[in-house]
Write a protein that binds this ligand. Structure first.
Ligand SMILES: Cc1ncc(COP(=O)(O)O)c(C=O)c1O
Length: 496
C-alpha cells in the first residue's frame, strides 16, 4: 500500500518533523480521512528514500499529537476523531470532501434543473417498503445469472471486454426480439432492438433524439414522474391528460392536438402507472387513428407486461402499429431486477441507428458481459421460467394483500383487484388525513406511497399505492396490520 498522493515533506527542520507535517497537511486537506489505514513504515521509508527510523519517529510524533493511532497487530490508522477541526479553505457552499470539510467549488453551477424528488427509501432492517415498485430481490436467480456470466466471459471474453457497437450485444438483441415476437406479439427482428440501461435511458434518448425543444407531449396526469423529467430536460412541453378506469383519455388528447400541434404521447398502456388499468380496445383504436392523423410519436412504456393475472396480457399498441408511430419501451427491471440496468427499445432501424449514436455519445455502450449473460438466460428459457414462477408468486401476494385489506381496511380503502401489475391503487375515504396516516405508518417502519407522488401537479388525489411484489404474504400481513392499527390510533386521537 502506498500513499494516495505522494507525501511531500517540504519546509525546514528535521526530516521526521517534515514528514509529520506533510501527513497532517494531507489529513487537513481530506486526502487522508478519519480511521483510514496508513501504509506501513517500511513502505513509506522506501517511498521517501529515508531510513525507516526517521518514519517511525514521524509516526511517534503524530501519535503523540493525536493524529494517528497504532493498533498492535492491525496497523496504523488516522485517528477516528481528529485533534483539531480541519481547516476549511472555502465557504460552506463547496461540496463535502472525504474528510468532511467543505471543498471549494471553482465555478458557478448553472440553475438547478426542475427534477422530481426521488423516493428511494432507506432500506433499514426490519422495515417494510410497500412503496417500492421492484421485484423481490430474494427470488432473483443469482446462480443461473452467475453461471451464465462466467460462461459468457470465459467463452467470449475477448469480444465482450472491449469496445463494441452501441446498440447492444447482437445475441441479446436477437433474444429480446424473439421473446417479444413470441410472448408480446410484436413483429420485430434484432435490427429493431436497441439495448439500453433501463427504460429511463430509452425515454431520455427518445426525448433528445425524436423531439425538438418546445415540442408538446401528452402524458398521463397520474403517471410516472421519471419519464416526465427526461422529457422536460430535452425541452418538451408536457401536457397532462386525465386517466380513468379505461386508461388515458384519448378524446382529450384529440382535443389537445386539434388546438395546437402535438408531437408525441408517452403512456403506460398495459398496466397504467400507477393505477394498473389497461387501455381499452376502443381507446387503442382511437389512439392509432390519432397518431396517423397527426403523425405522432407514441412512446409506449410496457414495463411489466408479463405480470398479468386475469386472462392473457393485452398485446401492446406496438403489435398493431402498421403506421410506424409506436416506439416500444421495455425493461428487465421488473421481470429480473432494476439493479442490472437493462432495458430495450423497439423501433424501425433508422430510429434505432439514430438513438444508438446518441447513446454512444453519452454512454458508449452497455455492459457487454451482462448483456451476453442475460441473452443466455433468455435463450435457454431460464428467464421465461423465472417470469412464470414470479407471476404465480406475485398473484399469491396480490391475493394475500387483497384479503388483508378487505379484512382490516375495508372501510378506509376502496379498490378494484388489479388485473395485472405489481401494485394496487386504492382510494382512501375522504375523512382520512393521508399524509398523517402514512407518516405514522412510516414511523412504525411501514412505508406506503401517497397518491400525490404520481400526480402531475403534486396534488393529493385521495389515493395510495401499495406494491405487493417484493413482500411475502407474512410481510404483507404485518404491513397491513400496522396500517390498520395506525389508522385506529389516529381516529382515536381525533375523536378524543
Ligand atoms: C412506468 C415505468 N416505466 C419504467 C420503469 C423501469 O425503469 P427502468 O427500466 O429505467 O428501471 C418503471 C419502474 O419503476 C416504471 O414504473
Amino acid at each position: 500500500m502506498s500513499w494516495p498522493v505522494p507525501l511531500v515533506p517540504a519546509g525546514d527542520g528535521p526530516m521526521f518533523q517534515r514528514i509529520a507535517r506533510a501527513v497532517v497537511d494531507d489529513i487537513r486537506r481530506g486526502r487522508l480521512v478519519a480511521s483510514q489505514r496508513l501504509p506501513g513504515s517500511r513502505a513509506l521509508a522506501s517511498e521517501l528514500g529515508v531510513h525507516r527510523n526517521t518514519v517511525l519517529a514521524a509516526l511517534a510524533e503524530l501519535e503523540a499529537q493525536g493524529w494517528i493511532v497504532t493498533q498492535p497487530a492491525r496497523g496504523t490508522f488516522v485517528a477516528a476523531s481528529l485533534p483539531e477541526t480541519p481547516v476549511t479553505r472555502a465557504p460552506a457552499a463547496g461540496r463535502r470532501g472525504q474528510g468532511g470539510q467543505a471543498r471549494p467549488l471553482g465555478f458557478a453551477l448553472p440553475p438547478e434543473p426542475q427534477l422530481s424528488p426521488r423516493y428511494s427509501g432507506d432500506l433499514r432492517r426490519g422495515e417494510l417498503h410497500v412503496s417500492a415498485g421492484v421485484p423481490d430481490p430474494r427470488l432473483f436467480p443469482v446462480d443461473a445469472l452467475a453461471r451464465a456470466w462466467r460462461r459468457a466471459v470465459r467463452r467470449d471474453g475477448r469480444r465482450l471486454l472491449t469496445y463494441d457497437a452501441p446498440e447492444g450485444h447482437p445475441a441479446l438483441r436477437a433474444a429480446l426480439a424473439a421473446m417479444m415476437r413470441a410472448i408480446r406479439g410484436l413483429s420485430c427482428t434484432a435490427e429493431d432492438v436497441l439495448v439500453v440501461r433501463g427504460s429511463q435511458m430509452a425515454i431520455d434518448l427518445c426525448a433528445r433524439g425524436l423531439l425538438a425543444p418546445g415540442d408538446r407531449v401528452a402524458v398521463e396526469a397520474l403517471g410516472y414522474r421519471p419519464s416526465w423529467d427526461a422529457l422536460r430536460l430535452a425541452g418538451a412541453e408536457l401536457v397532462p391528460v386525465p386517466v380513468d378506469e379505461s386508461g388515458i383519455d384519448v378524446a382529450a388528447i384529440a382535443r389537445l392536438a386539434a388546438r395546437r400541434p402535438l408531437r408525441a404521447v408517452y403512456l403506460t398502456s398495459h398496466h397504467q402507472y400507477p393505477t394498473t388499468v389497461t387501455l381499452s380496445p376502443a381507446r387503442r383504436l382511437a389512439l392509432a387513428a390519432l397518431a396517423r392523423a397527426h403523425r405522432l410519436v407514441v412512446l409506449e412504456d410496457d414495463y411489466d407486461h408479463e405480470f398479468h393475472y386475469e386472462g392473457r396480457p393485452v398485446p401492446p399498441l406496438a403489435a398493431a402499429d402498421d403506421g410506424g408511430h409506436v416506439v416500444y419501451l421495455g425493461t428487465l427491471s421488473k421481470i429480473l431486477a432494476p439493479g442490472l440496468r437493462l432495458g430495450f427499445l423497439i423501433a424501425p432501424p433508422p430510429v434505432v441507428a439514430r438513438l444508438g449514436l446518441l447513446r454512444a455519445a453519452m454512454d458508449r455502450q452497455g455492459d457487454r458481459p451482462m448483456e451476453a449473460a442475460v441473452a443466455e438466460l433468455i435463450e435457454d428459457g431460464e428467464l421465461e421460467r423465472h417470469v412464470r414462477r414470479m407471476r404465480t408468486t406475485y398473484l399469491a401476494r396480490r391475493d394475500a394483500l387483497l384479503a388483508h385489506l378487505r379484512a382490516r381496511l375495508g372501510g378506509a380503502l376502496a379498490f378494484e383487484p388489479p388485473r395485472g401489475g405489481i401494485s394496487l391503487w386504492a382510494r382512501v375515504a375522504p375523512d382520512i388525513d393521508i399524509q398523517a396516516w402514512l407518516a405514522a405508518c412510516a414511523a412504525r417502519g411501514v412505508h406506503v406511497s401517497p397518491g400525490s407522488r404520481y400526480t402531475f401537479a403534486g396534488d393529493e388525489p385521495g389515493a395510495i399505492r401499495l406494491v405487493f411484489s417484493a413482500l411475502t404474504p407474512a410481510e404483507l400481513d404485518r404491513a397491513t396490520g400496522v396500517m390498520a392499527a395506525t389508522l385506529r390510533s389516529l381516529s382515536g386521537a381525533r375523536s378524543r
